[in-house]
Design a protein around this ligand. Structure first.
Ligand code: PHE
Length: 447
């Protein structure tokens, strides 16, 4: 297996791993999808259910994924094969690779919109309205495809740099920038009169809205936002040093993801109400606008209403924020199929990245011309695919590999883990609570 090990790589530091994993987690899911879901699906009631899903289901599954990855040192397909001789589970890994490919195919189109809007704000400022209109036309297939291609190109370039010199270096530079931008923008928005109604809408719970649909939506959102259920964290975990503490790293990543989603909500929901106070229509057919309308219509309208240099600066910064968040996620989405091709077929990293990325772009181009496909793919591969993958990962660790063996692997970087509460609680979640909750949710969604 000499060929297959040379192109694998590893993280340079613990912080590098945490930032890369947090970069994977923090993405369009946090800044584009989460805030609107909170605003439209019950405010703080949604937030509460989301937090419950994140900590009770997401965190245990994340620790499980990272442990499988580090134990095996392999991509999701090879990982299951390396740990157990059960013939079924490598297929679970393969399903993860498929989900990664399909999610990436539509993700780059949305990311491309965001990237295009950053330039739109500049063109608008200088009065180049033809160019600005071209960039805001989310239905323009050719334009969508061109910008998605640019985005995919950037993602491939970073991946070809390898784990520490590519992924780790890029995310280490981008994550602090992302946090800086978001904090500055929140301060600006909350200082504006008219934003307090939005803060109230965001933080006051409407418990009457809690139902099976909301819980299903919050669970899917938690899986998507934490990058779980498709082996992204198996892959990232496979580059992790034995001396690192897995439960602690998983906790950091979970907290970073939830924290940034919360901040994004605090930025965007008030901004939406600010837009309303400026006379911009924020509802579509009686209910609040969807995430696409919110981020790609209402916010630009708000930036244009503010106008001048300030409006432009806010617009450019916001869409750069969204693009950076998306890029650190597309890296991880592409790394999953790339690591699969490197490990299983002995292909060199460069070649693997260009061919896999290029292949996925063909699907992206299709989505670019027919954006309705975003909804279909998102439902099939994110809302159903990821929780399904998470469910099967729980079954694997709980009943095939066994939680004791997983704990033994965690012990390398966490001496004394067997004397902690974690060793008692985590297996219960992996064996019973998480799979039962996921299955219940998947079933109630269908009936
Ligand atoms: N977590 C990313 C987001 O919130 C999306 C993602 C899902 C990335 C699955 C990798 C794997 O946008």
């Amino acid at each position: 297996m000499a060929v297959t090990t040379t192109d694998r790589g590893s993280w340079n530091s613990k912080l590098g791993f945490i930032l890369a994993a947090a970069g994977s987690a923090v993405g369009l899911g946090n800044i584009w999808a989460f805030p609107t879901k909170v605003a439209t699906e019950g405010g703080a009631a949604y937030l509460l259910i989301y937090l419950l899903c994140t900590f009770a289901i997401g965190f245990p599954v994340m620790a499980a994924e990272i442990t499988i990855g580090r134990r095996s040192g392999k991509n999701p397909v090879g990982a299951f094969r390396a740990i157990s001789d059960n013939k079924f589970f490598p297929l679970v890994g393969l399903w993860g690779v498929v989900c990664g490919v399909m999610i990436l195919s539509f993700y780059t189109v949305i990311a491309g919109w965001a990237f295009g809007f950053a330039f739109e704000e500049i063109f608008y400022f200088f009065g180049w309205s033809a160019a600005a209109d071209w960039l805001t036309d989310t239905g323009n297939g050719l334009k969508n495809a061109i910008i998605a291609a640019v985005f995919m190109f950037g993602t491939i370039k970073i991946i070809t740099g390898g784990v520490s010199d590519g992924i780790e270096r890029a995310t280490k530079a981008m994550m602090p920038l992302l946090i800086g931008i978001i904090v500055i923008m929140i301060v600006y928005v909350l200082m504006q009169p008219g934003s307090s109604e939005g803060v109230r809408a965001y933080l006051l719970p409407d418990f009457s809205k809690i139902n099976a649909g909301l819980i299903f939506s919050a669970m899917g959102q938690a899986f998507f936002s934490l990058s779980l259920g498709m082996g992204a964290l198996i892959t990232y975990g496979s580059y992790l040093n034995k001396k690192e503490n897995i439960p602690q790293a998983a906790a950091f990543v979970t907290l970073a993801d939830v924290g940034i989603a919360f901040l994004a909500g605090l930025l965007i929901v008030p901004a939406m109400y600010l837009a309303q106070s400026q006379g911009i229509n924020i509802s579509a057919g009686g209910s609040l606008a969807s995430s696409t309308d919110l981020v790609f219509q209402i916010l630009p309208a708000l930036f244009h209403t503010i106008g001048g240099g300030v409006g432009m600066l806010l617009g450019v910064t916001f869409f750069l924020l969204l693009s950076i968040a998306a890029l650190t996620s597309t890296i991880s989405l592409l790394e999953v199929p790339v690591s699969y091709v490197i490990d299983e077929f002995g292909v060199k990293r460069k070649k693997a990245a260009w061919s896999v990325g290029g292949g996925i772009f063909v699907i992206s181009a299709l989505v670019a011309f027919f954006p309705v496909m975003i909804g279909w793919f998102d439902y099939l591969f994110s809302s159903i695919g990821l929780p399904l993958g998470g469910f099967l990962i729980c079954l694997f660790v709980g009943y095939f590999w066994k939680t004791e063996n997983a704990i033994n692997e965690m012990e390398y970087g966490f001496a004394g883990i067997k004397q902690t509460l974690f060793v008692k609680v985590w297996p219960v979640f992996i064996k019973y609570i998480c799979p039962a909750a996921i299955l219940y949710n998947l079933i109630t969604n269908f009936i």
